[in-house]
Design a protein around this ligand. Structure first.
Ligand SMILES: Cc1ncc(COP(=O)(O)O)c(C=O)c1O
Length: 428
């Protein structure tokens, strides 16, 4: 049995530089930015912005689409455009980036945290239905990492209870469900273009929606309340949540590259799943048959600590990182929102609408056992750059996973020398 690199053995893969990098750009991006800098159109509503908005909306198969400042603001604008506000309840999965729930607080709604499915980490349909009350106005479904929830079931549920379905697509540009692009399925959708995302402009966001009315409302909300096409008779109260032409110019190049990148990741992920499922104690995520193209922000899989002699995801990730040296590293998935270092509604006085509201937004009132188990014991996650390279990279990842599994006994009780965080945290 080969000795683990973490314990002084030879790593499966030595050269950190040999992994793909992210974000990427080319000479055309630099020319676009240079040319743009010489013009006087740097701010919002410029030609790059609207050309991109049209092309991206069409690519995802949605009816209306427009850019905004970032993916957090995108969710906020989506909720406000649907007239969701004070004391309205919005169902949010317990496992997601904090922004999904934080955006609900930003419109004075109550994020209701619901546990996820053990094999997708996306909203659990039955638990979602059980969480619906008279105050519920919307469900935010997060297409998390590379998985999707039962979208048909969620749509039916929304119809039955007259709720809006909001898609948080921050992770899955270029994903398709029954050949329909994400973002075109719910009533409103939000995307993020933050640096780590699969379509990136450093920062930025996007909304898609089904009706002209909601589109025009989002336009006003993101642009200081101005009516669409400067129709000031429809002006409303709002702030500045716009994107710049530089970001849009970067997105133009990113969109040209997106389909091929998504295809590569999906092909690699399917191949890697086929290798990992042969390793005892390792389980790929469930891929629903309705997914006609999966897009991966992170590639994730699960461990069975019982088969692995008690080895849990933290030491597993440390050992895997020593074997592979992937730039961003393997790490456990998001912390559950009922115990998340960056989701702290009670640290902002603005949230003290009333004693009732203060109590309602306390995340500790929820139990999220499936999220907890995934974060603390079973979940392993790596940034999508690890699955952007050749097939050989997948063989190396699988070989390293198998090596760590074989050595599970040797890692029992192993502790890092320092209490410092062992796996490099992802940008998001
Ligand atoms: C699931 C999810 N939703 C929303 C966001 C927020 O996007 P942004 O960082 O662009 O505000 C993120 C960002 O990481 C995310 O992962």
């Amino acid at each position: 049995m080969a000795k683990l690199a973490l314990l002084g053995g030879k790593p499966v893969r030595a050269e950190a530089a040999a992994w793909p990098q992210w974000p990427v750009h080319n000479a055309k991006d630099i020319k676009r930015l240079t040319d743009l800098t010489r013009t006087n159109r740097w701010s919002f509503d410029g030609p790059y912005e609207w050309q991109f908005a049209e092309a991206y909306t069409k690519y995802q198969g949605a009816k209306y689409g427009l850019c905004c400042a970032n993916g957090t603001v995108g969710i906020q604008l989506a909720l406000e455009a649907l007239d969701i506000g004070a004391y309205d309840e919005v169902i949010v999965p317990g496992m997601t980036w904090q922004a999904t729930a934080a955006a609900c607080l930003d419109v004075n709604a109550v994020p209701v945290l619901v546990d996820v499915e053990p094999d997708t980490w996306c909203l659990d349909l039955e638990k979602t239905e059980a969480a619906i009350t008279k105050k519920t106005k919307a469900i935010i479904v997060v297409h998390l990492y590379g998985s999707m929830a039962d979208l048909d079931g969620l749509r039916k549920l929304c119809k039955k209870h007259s709720l809006y379905l909001v898609e948080d697509c921050a992770h899955q540009h270029g994903a398709f469900w029954k050949n329909k692009g994400v973002g075109s399925i719910g009533d409103v959708a939000s995307f993020s273009f933050q640096e780590s995302k699969v379509l990136s402009a450093g920062e930025g966001g996007f909304n898609m929606c089904k009706t002209k009315k909601v589109f025009e409302r989002i336009y006003s909300l993101r642009n200081c309340g101005r009516g669409y096409q400067d129709d000031m008779t429809n002006a409303i109260q709002s702030g500045n949540f716009r994107i710049t032409e530089w970001q849009a110019a970067m997105l133009a190049g990113g969109l040209e590259r997106l389909p091929k990148q998504v295809e590569t990741r999906d092909r690699n992920a399917l191949y890697l799943n086929s290798l990992l499922e042969q390793i005892p104690g390792v389980m790929p995520m469930r891929r629903r048959k309705q997914i006609t193209r999966a897009s991966y922000f992170n590639y994730v899989f699960r461990l069975d600590p019982r088969t692995l002699k008690g080895l849990t995801n933290d030491n597993f990730c440390r050992a895997l990182n020593a074997e592979l040296r992937v730039p961003e590293g393997f790490e456990p998935p998001y912390e559950p929102l009922n115990n998340c270092g960056l989701y702290k509604p009670h640290t902002k006085r603005r949230h003290k609408l009333s004693a009732e509201y203060w109590r309602a937004i306390d995340p500790r009132r929820y139990k999220l056992p499936v999220c907890k188990q995934a974060t603390e014991k079973t979940g392993v996650s790596v940034h999508h750059m690890a699955i952007m390279g050749p097939k050989k990279d997948m063989d190396d990842i699988a070989a390293a996973v198998a090596k760590v599994v074989e050595n599970a006994e040797a890692l029992k009780g192993w502790k890092p020398a320092t209490a410092r965080k062992k796996y490099k945290a992802l940008a998001k």
